[in-house]
Design a protein around this ligand. Sequence first.
Ligand SMILES: *Cc1c(COP(=O)(O)O)cnc(C)c1O
Length: 253
Amino acid sequence: MTDAHLPAPPDTPSRLDTVRARIAAACRRAGRSPASVTLVAVSKTRSPDEIVAAVAAGASHLGENRPEEAAEKIPAVNAGVLAAGLTQPVWHMIGHVQGRKAGLVVGEYALVHSLDSLRLGQRLSRLAVAAGTVVNCLVQVNVSGEDTKGGWLVPDPAGTLPDEFLSDLHALQALPGLRLRGLMTIPPAVDDAAQARPYFQHLRRLQGRLRDSHPVSDWCELSMGMTDDFEVAIEEGATLVRVGRAIFGPRTT
Ligand SMILES: *Cc1c(COP(=O)(O)O)cnc(C)c1O
């Protein structure tokens, strides 16, 4: 038995095209411009060569989730990109940053999606000020109540918002080295993408409330949606989708 008759598995360039087409279709359904959605290709666990190939295929924003792994890979990828005459990618940190790793993040990423505590924000701000820079951050919100999910627990975006969340937000906004740009969430794993919709609506509703109560002009980003549910997230207002497997294939690690 041979599988010679099966089509070859799609490679990264064609997967990327497919993801782009699906983003465009979701935008059409939602009456949005495809330019309003940034595709962050999640390159965690992938080798520098694989990542450079993705950049060559047009991936311009890349997401990593481990500061240490990324600190080793990013210079290699950037060098490979330079050698190939391609435009340097824009890097995003999407995973938990331990306080003692904060120094690996400052100045290295266009956006940190995973600001998940006041303490981390204070540390990032201090380091950013010392380095003469600013860290753009998204506030990570736990919309499902799962213990395994990071960020501030905000169980009901329509009800009373938790005091601790609001006071932390005020404190974060006052930090000179941070610029808050919006919200990020990771919904629970669901069997069917449609089941993630209420979580995305939740985050968007919260964004609307915070815009009223914390008037900030550049509080506009919503980072939500991954391989299994990015189209639904776009329909619900995502401005950044974080897509790994649909671009790079299944992860083995
Ligand atoms: C790994 C990861 C993703 C991408 O997941 P896929 O299912 O591969 O698309 C998105 N966001 C975060 C925070 C991740 O850690």
